[in-house]
Design a protein around this ligand. Structure first.
Ligand code: 13P
Length: 244
């Protein structure tokens, strides 16, 4: 059983609409009642739902985050984009940056670095995602890949207190596969030696079954949950089991 302050981040990806919000009532009731441990639940819905969600969570300690933002904190001619100021303005306190699904669409470390700087400047907290591909894992270059993502992504950022790191192996996302416990422990430790004092979350196929083993890895500070977070019962189950 863990006694630690843990983060649970629900990344809804490109799922959810206004009707989905009804399903969150049970999460609100759960968070109100579950006084057993201190934890932080953060919902990162699509941008269209940031404002409705932050209104819904107004009187409860659930935070809302965005899934990405533009690197320019000022307004400008960037069709289809929103910036850190805009998402903060509608209630977001966090933003996920560097997610592999966006890296795969062409986001590079330099762009991610400028997004992180812009978000921090605006006063948002950042959930900075890093992770190796299956090919890189097989080549046994995971540490090298992570070190590179960290060095470039956090380049010239001195104050890292508003940055949470999420280790999400690309091969574990949506695949049902998770790293071996011993490997995961070592990788999280490696990340913590690279970024002193950082809170490190794990993401990739976290569900209400594998949480039973994941919660035993005691250097993990929380979980970034994709698919399973769209179902309120599953998410509640994940939180409960973390503390059982
Ligand atoms: P899954 O939990 O669906 O594997 O997604 C993980 C993820 O990408 C969270 O950011």
């Amino acid at each position: 059983m863990t006694n630690k302050y843990m983060y649970f981040v629900a990344n809804w990806k490109m799922f959810g609409d206004l009707r989905t919000l009804n399903t969150l009532k049970k999460v609100i009731t759960f968070v109100k009642k579950f006084k057993k441990k201190k934890f932080k639940l953060i919902y990162c819905p699509p941008s269209t739902l940031i404002n409705p969600l932050s209104k819904m969570f107004k009187n409860i300690s659930i935070d809302v985050g965005a899934q990405n933002c533009h690197s320019n904190a000022n307004y400008g001619a960037y069709t289809g984009h929103i910036n850190s100021k805009m998402i903060k303005g509608v209630g977001a306190k966090y933003v996920i940056l560097g997610h592999s699904e966006n890296r795969q669409l062409g986001e590079n470390d330099k762009l991610i670095n400028s997004k992180i700087k812009s978000a921090i400047k605006t006063g948002l907290k950042v959930i900075f995602c890093i992770g190796e591909t299956l090919k890189e894992k097989r080549k046994k270059i995971t540490k090298k890949v992570l070190a590179n993502q960290i060095n470039k992504g956090l380049n010239k950022i001195k104050n890292k207190k508003n940055i949470l790191i999420a280790y999400e192996p690309v091969w574990a996302i949506g695949s049902g596969m998770i790293p071996k416990e011993s490997d995961l422990f070592k990788t999280i430790n490696f990340i913590k030696t690279k970024v002193k004092g950082a809170k490190v979350l794990y993401g990739g196929s976290v569900n209400n079954k594998n949480i039973i083993s994941l919660k035993n890895i005691d250097n993990i500070d929380g979980f970034l949950i994709g698919g399973a977070s769209q179902n309120s019962n599953n998410l509640i189950d994940i939180i409960k089991k973390t503390y059982n």
